[in-house]
Design a protein around this ligand. Structure first.
Ligand code: ADE
Ligand code: ZN
Length: 340
């Protein structure tokens, strides 16, 4: 298949986005617009200069800039605009279902109310479903570089909005902040009925994935690249069909891999892992879902059948209700069968 054919095939393939941080969808153009309306000066004179700063040697270098960018988000309208812009992007890319992370502590720690953040996001999600037909779920992540106490407080702040949040996750600086640090928070979240997931094995070792499974009782692993270092862990992930939400362009930009052709997605699928492809922080890493699918397909050599499997896996790994999940899997198969 030519590159143009592959591009067209991916463009209309129905997909679910399961690993995206809403703060990571903050495009520089929107950042300047919102900064201006809030009377905040950015440290960069223009969009081009800001974009040139998006060069990272590791996860921490990225996070340092990412948190600065998020500082201009102040009002409910800001969170609404951010989320709405992302949903329009989903619509353009045939992403029909999106499970979106937000990091409340990034905002509450600088005095923005939890209520402001979640109401802005929620209003956009409702509108996105009504106007664009995109179904969504919202997932609250705890920042792992902060304390267990701060995560506990955040879980308490979320209580009035319980029905708007499907699950909790764990993100930010991985090394030195193992899942075990949040065992009690996840115990409580489990009692409250949240779905559980965690970033693990992105920069951190396979043992962090093991901890996320055994101590936090997660049902999904975000990234999980390093599982391949531990054959017994791979065996368990395969047996339990625990989804791994991979983010190839993120891995490339954060130097988790040296070259996109080194990405392990194909190896993982061949071993029977439930691997999926997502965008993580698309405004920072040069691509949304379709760019992640396409560039990975070209670099690793994924054919239409593998892309079909990735799209099917994205629905299998989602928190959609069973009937809708089955319906989208049927539609993916129909699309692929009918494709010339
Ligand atoms: N927060 C946003 N993107 C992240 C990533 N790739 N890893 C950990 N935390 C994040
Ligand atoms: Zn992530």
């Amino acid at each position: 298949m030519s590159n143009d054919d592959l591009t067209a095939f991916i463009q209309h393939l129905p997909k679910a986005e399961l690993h995206v941080h809403i703060e990571g969808t903050f495009e520089p153009e929107w950042m300047f617009r919102i900064a201006e309306r809030n009377g905040i000066a950015l440290d960069f004179p223009d969009v081009e200069t800001l974009k040139r700063a998006y060069r990272f040697n590791n996860l921490q270098e990225f996070l340092d800039i990412y948190y600065i960018g998020a500082n201009v988000l102040i009002t409910e309208e800001d969170f609404y605009d951010l989320t709405m812009a992302y949903l329009r992007k989903c619509h353009e890319q045939t992403v029909v279902h999106a499970e979106i992370f937000f990091d409340p502590q990034t905002h509450t720690d600088r005095g923005v109310a939890f209520d402001t953040v979640i109401r802005g996001i929620r209003r956009a999600l409702e509108e996105g479903e009504r106007r664009l037909g995109i179904t969504t779920r919202l997932i609250m992540c705890f920042l792992r570089h902060l304390t267990e106490e701060s995560a506990m407080e955040t879980l308490a702040q979320a209580r009035p909005y319980r029905e708007w949040i499907i699950g909790v996750g764990l993100d930010s600086s991985e090394l030195g902040h193992p899942p075990s640090k949040f065992q009690r928070v996840f115990d409580l979240a489990r009692q409250e009925g949240y779905a559980l997931m965690a970033h693990a094995g992105e920069e951190g070792p396979a043992s962090y994935i093991r901890e996320a499974l055994d101590l936090l009782h997660v049902s999904r692993i975000d990234h999980g690249n390093r599982c391949l270092d531990d054959p017994a862990l791979v065996e368990e992930l395969v047996a339990r069909q625990i989804p791994l939400t991979l983010c190839p362009l993120s891995n490339l930009e954060l130097k988790v891999i040296r070259d996109l052709s080194d990405h392990p997605v194909k190896i993982m699928l061949d071993r029977g892992l439930l691997a999926t492809i997502h965008s993580d922080d698309p405004a920072y890493f040069g691509g949304y879902m379709n760019e992640n699918y396409l560039q990975t397909a070209l670099a690793v050599g994924l054919d239409r059948e593998v892309l079909r499997r990735l799209a099917v896996n994205s629905f299998k790994a989602s928190f959609l209700a069973d009937d809708l999940r089955e319906e989208w899997i049927r539609r993916v198969d129909q699309y692929c069968e009918a494709y010339p």
